[in-house]
Ligand binder design. Structure first.
Ligand SMILES: Nc1nc2c(ncn2[C@@H]2O[C@H](COP(=O)(O)OP(=O)(O)OP(=O)(O)O)[C@@H](O)[C@H]2O)c(=O)[nH]1
Ligand code: SF4
Ligand SMILES: [Mg+2]
Length: 433
């Protein structure tokens, strides 16, 4: 059994404050969409409005816009009760106030947010209309209270706001710990496929693979570890099929052939994209492979420098599979560790290793940099699966990434005037034949 993607992977960010301070405007500014109704009538937002989105560099977040909590009367009390519930499920509280306004009301709201043990970011909105007095700034500094000046109606300060959210994000979001145990129920089994080839470190298995074993044991799940050559026999031996097969991407094609379609299948590096990177954004980037043309520059980046264990996969296999997929030669550059070009403009695509040696903040900063420069960044396992035609299958355990994949493919179809995925498959088949 596979459980739906845990809500725990989404950082919940609640917007709180008086009525009419611009909470809904701020939500619209950050999402660049009309998510929440804005008006100059106080009390416009009555029930909490939720908006899930990918917010780089944090990753998946859920914004919750709430009703102003300075309301009075019976209706006001109901709104306040709903807003309180929203505080309880927030991981970050954004206290929105008008620049220059900081009264007992804001102090009480701050105390309430802090009582829930969540980090607070003060958004000093409408900075175009009002000045922030120095004593307010001093008070924030003294208490080390993160704050940012904004004009929600124009988007001014929104980049800084996003950066501050990232700075104060709780450690478990910056460094989530669940590798795959949310995909395998207690007492169920996961099969890990680890080829012991010339790339394998001498006398041991890779750290990530050891962590997967530990993660499964922590989840009271069972774990079968096999080489690719032993997979078929191992599956035959199991009385009940495993909940998932996780493979090294280097043998993805073979493992996909052996593993029955009814058994979910993914790769270690796809688990890493979810853990350390942004699986949804990196999935969308994998689909941009279709836009590559012979001669285009592709950057292959690895996080570690000290051992060339990915030598073969990054330098030989990925180029071979990708060039086979696009039907021509590409211009690959390979970099390691911090040796990452500042100017990414020559590249059409960045393919990154899973960054098992890095923490999530580091990887997300790199993803954020690519995003700022408008260059898609994907990951080894995702691009391998895509070029081998098995990405949809490899994403089945991750509903949000699967939806992003289908959406990206649909957009591609629309761009070439094909009306459905099955039509595209038919066209691809006719080209192959
Ligand atoms: N000048 C200026 N006006 C703003 C700014 N942000 C919001 N407004 C205006 O302030 C009014 C209230 O904005 P909303 O976003 O609806 O405020 P809210 O906090 O969601 O209000 P409630 O839902 O009633 O609690 C609207 O007329 C907005 O256009 C800003 O930065 N500058
Ligand atoms: S940091 Fe990257 S290249 Fe180095 S071992 Fe981990 S996944 Fe491989
Ligand atoms: Mg509102």
């Amino acid at each position: 059994m596979i459980r739906a993607t845990s809500k725990g992977f989404r950082l919940h960010i609640g917007f709180f404050g008086r009525r009419n301070v611009g909470k809904s405007s701020l939500l619209n500014a950050i999402t660049q969409q009309l998510v929440s109704i804005v008006s100059d009538v106080a009390g416009t937002t009555t029930d909490p409005v939720e908006k899930p989105m990918e917010l780089l560099p944090i990753g998946p977040v859920l914004f919750v816009d709430t009703a102003g909590v300075d309301d009075v009367g019976a209706l006001g009390e109901q709104r306040i009760a709903k807003t309180r519930l929203a505080i309880e499920r927030s991981d970050i509280g954004v206290l929105v106030t008008e620049a220059g306004v900081w009264t007992d009301f804001e102090e009480k709201l701050l105390a309430e947010l802090r009582a829930h043990g969540i980090p607070v970011l003060v958004a000093l909105n409408k900075a175009d209309l009002h000045h922030v007095p120095i004593e307010h700034l001093m008070r924030f500094e003294q208490e080390n209270l993160p704050h940012v000046k904004l004009v929600a109606t124009t988007g001014e300060g929104v980049d800084k706001f996003r950066a501050k959210l990232w700075e104060i994000a709780p450690a478990e979001f910056a460094e989530p710990q669940v590798l795959l145990r949310d995909l395998v129920a207690p007492q169920e089994t996961a099969v890990l496929v680890i080829p012991i080839d010339k790339e394998a470190p001498k006398g041991r298995i890779k750290q990530l693979q050891t962590q997967c074993v530990r993660d499964l044991l922590d989840g009271e799940a069972c774990c079968v570890v096999v080489k690719d050559a032993g997979l078929e026999k191992a599956l035959d031996n199991l009385k009940t099929p495993p909940s998932i097969v996780v493979t090294d991407a280097a043998v993805f094609e073979k493992v996909a052939r052996i593993t029955p379609d009814s058994i979910p299948l993914t790769a270690f590096s796809i688990l890493l994209s979810r853990l350390k990177g942004d699986l949804v954004a990196q999935t969308r980037a994998a689909v941009t492979v279709d836009a590559l043309k012979p001669g285009d520059k592709v950057l292959v980046a690895e996080s570690c420098t000290h051992h060339p264990i990915e030598e073969d996969i990054g330098r030989v296999k990925i180029p071979r599979w990708l060039e086979g997929y696009i039907g021509g030669k590409l211009d690959f550059t390979t970099v390691k560790g911090r040796d990452f070009p500042q100017d990414l403009s020559p590249y059409k695509l960045v393919i990154h290793c899973g960054a098992c040696m890095w923490n999530r903040r580091e990887m997300m900063n790199r993803i954020g940099e690519c995003h700022r420069q408008g260059v898609p960044i994907t990951n080894y396992g995702l691009v391998i699966a895509y070029s081998l035609g098995i990405l949809e299958r490899a994403l089945e355990p991750f509903p949000e990434a699967l939806a992003a994949y289908k959406d990206a493919r649909r957009q591609q179809l629309e761009a070439v005037g094909v009306s459905s995925l099955s039509d595209l498959d038919a066209i691809e088949m006719s080209l192959v034949n």
